[in-house]
Design a binder for this molecule. Structure first.
Ligand code: HH2
Length: 274
């Protein structure tokens, strides 16, 4: 199970907006997440919270480029860096600065030319499901069957990406928890996450501090760690391969225990009776 630590270089992210807007603070935060056991660092310069305002490529680039360069460079903590963007220009600069993965919450819908860039560079690519865009996604989201609909969407997006030249084995898929979903939609997706494995791509899962947890527990955004861990452990049991989280240390601890329970590898590594 891999942990993707979140490094938001934004003034308005829903849970940590403004905390790491300064490049140095963001780099320091990334180093800390790596030291707590992050396998990847996901750097983002545009909030995707419901109702968030769009940011220009220039502004986004100015936020993320120095952070990616520092975290992916020789003096960085030595874990791969991903760029959370939907814009080709931002992704290109981040890849030039050393990022190895593109995480696109629009799954190549906002800027289809991003596909060609990923194909050309041979980087990993995360395709996430979202209903509409961040300004409208929470306006009464409706599905026939949320899991079937998300699965069909992701299958179509994988087809688009591969038609544009992205290698099948580079593609990861993500159900987009909280992106155009009610509490019940999110819970259903977590319960039936295993069905997305039929797509044949590693599943990225991001529930960290999201509002469905607050709606269930009544906790404000800075007190949702318990709920986040519960949802992530269940996602892990149901087949997620990568968890995108703000709080790496507590998740590393929880997953060490969860994986020891779930994984048969422990008995494989012990001597077997002849
Ligand atoms: N969630 C957010 C942003 N990017 N990427 C993937 N693949 N999956 C997610 O679930 C996901 C994502 C939203 O979380 P956060 O970055 O903390 O907030 P904001 O978008 O407000 O910066």
């Amino acid at each position: 199970m891999k942990l993707m630590g979140i490094v938001n270089v934004t003034p308005d992210s829903f849970s940590d907006g403004g905390l790491f807007l300064d490049a140095e603070a963001a780099v320091e935060h990334g180093r800390e997440l790596a030291s707590e056991g992050a396998d990847l660092l996901d750097v983002g310069g545009e909030s995707t919270r419901p109702g968030a305002e769009a940011v220009s490529a220039q502004q986004e680039l100015a936020r993320v480029e120095p952070v990616v360069a520092a975290l992916a460079g020789d003096q960085g903590p030595g874990v791969p860096v991903s760029i959370d963007t939907s814009k080709r220009a931002v992704a290109e600069a981040a890849l030039d600065a050393g990022a190895e993965l593109v995480n696109d919450v629009t799954a190549l819908r906002a800027d289809p030319e991003l596909a060609g860039l990923c194909a050309e560079r041979g980087c990993e690519l995360v395709l996430m499901h979202m209903l509409g865009d961040p300004r409208t996604m929470q306006d009464d989201p409706c599905y026939d069957d949320v899991v079937d609909d998300v699965k069909a969407f992701l299958a179509e997006r994988v087809e688009f990406a591969t038609a544009e030249g992205v290698a099948e084995e580079r593609i990861w898929v993500d159900p987009g928890i909280g992106f155009g979903k009610t509490v019940e939609h999110n819970l259903e997706l977590i319960r039936r996450l295993g069905e997305l494995r039929e797509l044949g791509h590693p599943i990225v899962f991001g529930s960290s501090r999201k509002s469905f947890i607050g709606k269930l527990t009544g906790a404000p955004v800075d007190q949702r760690l318990g709920g986040t861990i519960a949802s992530n452990v269940i996602a892990c049991a149901n087949g997620a391969a990568i968890l995108r989280v703000h709080d790496v240390g507590p998740h590393r601890e929880a997953l060490t225990v969860a994986e020891a329970i779930l994984s048969p590898s422990i008995s494989w590594s012990s001597p077997r009776p002849a």
